[in-house]
Design a protein around this ligand. Structure first.
Ligand SMILES: CSCCC(=O)C(=O)COP(=O)(O)O
Ligand SMILES: [Zn+2]
Length: 204
């Protein structure tokens, strides 16, 4: 195993993103995973199966852009999905995956349509590049799959690095979103989770 020092700032920002999502109830019971890009070839990701509300620096590891570990430990089972995002979106430096009730319920209910529409909400302006509520975005929904490399290949085939996409849903599972820095990724998670709750409430 090669020596790869984990920069303290990357570790601290990643731990704070995970603990913020856990505190909001979006990463309960070890669900969710989080990552930060180190450079063009590597990123730091949370280890698999851990309580995302109690992560420490030693619970993170470095992987390459194919998801192969470069430091000791078992990376998140969903590392191939993070790797797909970093490979196809060179400007992205942070990825968050959450398991909220709204994302879980809506992605299952709307799987046949293939997407959730988020339209007309002021909160859309929290997403980078959007400056009016008079807009509409789609969050694609993919069927869940326990074969994560196959799932990542499907996401890659259907989305690639499409700039118009702010995130996607896995049916009955959760949300993936990202940002050009950790603050932007955190803002996107909070905005999208809020918007999904609005859509869910509107269907009741
Ligand atoms: C208990 S959640 C099941 C696994 C999952 O979907 C998840 O997000 C957490 O997986 P990880 O390997 O990153 O802990
Ligand atoms: Zn998950």
């Amino acid at each position: 195993m090669q020596e790869h020092r984990l920069p303290e700032t990357a570790a601290a920002t990643l731990l704070s993103l995970a603990s913020r999502c856990h505190a909001r109830g979006w990463a309960q019971a070890t669900s969710g995973n989080f990552s930060v890009r180190l450079d063009a070839h590597r990123f730091v990701v949370t280890k698999s199966g851990l309580d995302k509300g109690a992560l420490r620096a030693e619970d993170l590891l470095v992987v390459d852009l194919d998801g192969n570990p470069l430091t000791e430990g078992r990376p998140s089972a969903e590392t191939p999905l993070h790797a797909q995002i970093y490979r196809r979106r060179p400007g992205i430096t942070a990825v968050a995956h959450t398991h909220s009730v709204a994302a879980t319920v809506l992605s299952r209910a709307l799987l046949a349509e293939g997407y959730v529409v988020l339209s007309g909400f002021e909160m859309l302006k929290a997403l980078v590049g959007i400056s009016t509520h008079e807009t509409s975005i789609r969050l694609p929904i993919f069927p869940n799959d326990q074969d994560v490399p196959r799932l990542a290949a499907q996401v890659d085939a259907e989305l690639g690095g499409d700039d118009c996409v702010y995130g996607y849903l896995l049916a009955g599972h959760g949300l993936y979103t990202w940002g050009e820095n950790v603050n932007e990724a955190a803002r996107h998670v909070e905005a999208i989770e809020f918007l999904l709750e609005c859509v869910l409430h509107g269907r009741r």
